[in-house]
Design a protein around this ligand. Structure first.
Ligand SMILES: Cc1ncc(C[n+]2csc(CCOP(=O)(O)OP(=O)(O)O)c2C)c(N)n1
Length: 583
């Protein structure tokens, strides 16, 4: 019998490689295709670095790795059982791909040797298992030897962290995992030599040109995207916005510039159409950022005026995004200038250049004053709407958004997930990049619970209070994430915006009924989760959370949220179910 702390099996070496790569957690649902690796994690590494985070569904496991990666900047690692686990996890892999998030998916597979297969291994093995997810990962491999597995893990980790980042898939053959090591092995501990490449710097001439163009513009607009999850971006973004006097908008599902900055025009419908120069920073769908999609084909080349009016500058690595399969990212966007370089480094260079060049300072000051008035007008409208809908029952989305912020504003909070369809601008004071971790990326519902718990796990022990605001539909697809949070003692405030409907799609049914002149009062059929009303607080409690609700009385909301925050500060996962309006 070999002592458990002695490296003796193929999977011991694989587990050691995961530790060497800096993996603190692996998110998994178990399966015999990685029972060797599972044993090595439990017995050889003692369930520490990495620690196993047991999940109730593979969709949740990958979403947790996704959220964890966004909260920490490290690669999230999930282990999925052969084909069936991979199938369950595939939608979340797609989300991580679209969200350009580094996630290492380890698959169990095989055994490749037919002589070692049980009946179920035949059914659960594909000749090329990675085919299932190849279109939406950056790389796949199915190494045939142990040396191959070591090289594959290193390569996968590097590719995942190379910008544009994304998920990678490596399946480790069960036979290799269970193979005894014939000679004593070590892993190469000097991992810095395998590090991803440093950021690509911009062409200085292009930086000068773009800064000058922004300064000379009549109505410049800056739109910032994925860069918004990186806290380091706040200061240079503020500097660039102020030096150029540009209007500012967040790209979809992100928050970058401080929301109270007077040039922040989120919520102002005209900001986009008025612009004569648009700088898009790390924006994946340039058409959406520059024109917004309307109904019709006006954004397709030759089909209408599109974004021809504005001079569009693209600062991103989008052309390097390895997307050979889908049209994710929108129609082929027209661009007048581009800087294909690291967005953060370029942003810093642009801020320096704009400050140095200066421009017409009086004109820029006037522009900033005008923007400040419009910024205040958006705030005023938000305050008026809140007042008007203050006592609504079910609780209005505005009041819900407002009350959650009031409950956490004194804490060092992070908004780890929010239901972006019903998010209302104007109620949260977001101090800048990194305070909201952005959306699901690919629009796959079921992301929220796992991503929130994964992010909160990444933030555990930092003193930060993680907050998630989820739709009831999103929650109902993956409520088991709560169990993992309770099991691992993950502090998290999760607010469920329960409109008792797959609201986004109920609205679609209303629209189509109107278009067709049909009865829109039937739009709720096949959409509402009523009769019976699901009691989500009880579900959360059943998974081990502290939970309150359903809260229907608007006056009861603030005290319940305050109590929930106290629970989170004591280290618990607290779920508050709120009965909310659809719009
Ligand atoms: C996996 C998946 N299934 C279905 C959809 C279609 N869809 C988009 S939003 C949505 C409703 C989500 O409901 P909920 O989370 O309650 O949010 P609400 O729209 O009510 O605010 C659905 C079903 C999707 N995007 N992804």
């Amino acid at each position: 019998m070999v002592a458990s702390d002695e490296m003796a099996w193929g999977s011991d070496l694989m587990a050691q490689a995961l530790r060497d790569l800096g993996t603190d957690y692996v998110f998994l649902n178990p399966g015999s295709s990685f029972r060797g690796l599972h044993d090595s994690l439990a017995n050889f590494l003692g369930d520490e670095k990495p620690k196993m985070a047991l999940c109730t569904h593979e969709m949740i496991a990958v979403a947790m790795a996704h959220g964890y990666a966004k909260a920490t900047g490290n690669t999230g690692v999930a282990i999925l059982h052969n084909l069936v686990g991979l199938m369950n996890g595939s939608m979340s892999i797609f989300n991580a791909f679209c969200d350009q998030t580094p996630v290492l998916i380890i698959g169990g597979s095989g055994p490749a040797d037919p002589g070692q297969r049980r009946f179920i291994d035949w059914a659960h093995s594909a000749n090329a298992q990675g085919d299932l997810v190849r279109p939406y990962v950056k790389w796949t491999d199915e190494p045939a030897t142990l040396d191959g597995a070591m090289d594959s893990l290193l390569r996968a980790a590097r590719i995942a962290q190379t910008a544009p980042k994304g998920p990678v898939y490596v399946s480790l053959d069960a036979g290799l995992q269970e193979q005894p090591l014939e000679t004593s092995r070590t892993t190469d501990a000097n991992l810095t030599r395998y590090a991803p490449p440093p950021p690509v710097h911009p062409d200085p001439a292009a930086v000068e040109r773009v800064a000058a163009r922004l300064l000379a513009a009549e109505a410049p607009l800056i739109v910032c995207g994925r860069l918004g999850i990186d806290r380091r971006a706040t200061l240079p973004l503020v500097r660039l916005v102020e030096a150029t006097g540009a209007a500012y908008l967040d790209d979809r599902c992100i928050a970058c510039l401080p929301t109270r900055h007077p040039q922040n025009l989120n919520g102002d419908r005209k900001a986009r159409s008025e612009a004569d120069v648009i700088l898009a920073l790390d924006v994946h769908d340039l058409t959406l950022a520059t024109t917004g999609y309307g109904v019709g084909r006006s954004h397709i080349m030759g089909a209408g005026p599109g974004s021809a009016g504005a001079h569009v500058i693209d600062v991103s690595l989008s052309d390097w995004f390895g997307n050979s399969w889908s049209r994710f990212g929108g129609p082929t966007p027209p661009r007048d200038d581009q800087i294909p370089a690291d967005p953060l480094v370029t942003l810093e260079a642009l801020a320096d250049a704009a400050e140095r060049l200066g421009g017409d300072t009086a004109r820029i000051a006037t522009r900033r004053d005008r923007l400040a008035e419009r910024h205040e007008a958006v705030r005023k409208r938000a305050a008026e709407t809140l007042e008007k809908r203050w006592s609504d029952s079910p609780i209005s989305v505005e009041r819900l958004t407002h009350e959650v912020f009031q409950a956490v504003r004194a804490e060092d909070w992070r908004l780890v997930v929010r239901n972006h369809r019903s998010w209302k601008d104007g109620y949260w004071a977001i101090p800048g990049c990194g305070h909201y971790l952005g959306g699901d990326g690919g629009g796959g519902v079921g992301y929220g619970p796992g991503a929130a718990v994964g992010a909160a796990l990444g933030l555990k022990g930092t003193g930060v209070l993680p907050v998630a605001i989820l739709g009831d539909g999103d929650f109902m697809m993956a409520p088991g994430a709560i169990w993992t949070a309770a099991h691992l003692g993950v502090p998290l405030l999760m607010v469920l915006m329960n409109n008792r409907s797959w609201g986004n799609d109920e609205l679609h049914q209303r629209e189509i009924a109107h278009q067709r002149g049909r009865d829109a009062s039937r739009a709720h059929i096949g959409q509402r989760t009523h009769e019976p009303d699901a009691d989500l607080a009880t579900v959360a409690r059943g998974f081990g959370a502290w939970a309150a609700g359903p809260v229907a009385d608007p006056e009861a909301l603030a005290p319940v949220l305050r109590e929930a925050v106290e629970r989170v500060k004591e280290g618990e996962v607290a779920v508050v179910e709120v009965v909310a309006q659809l719009e």
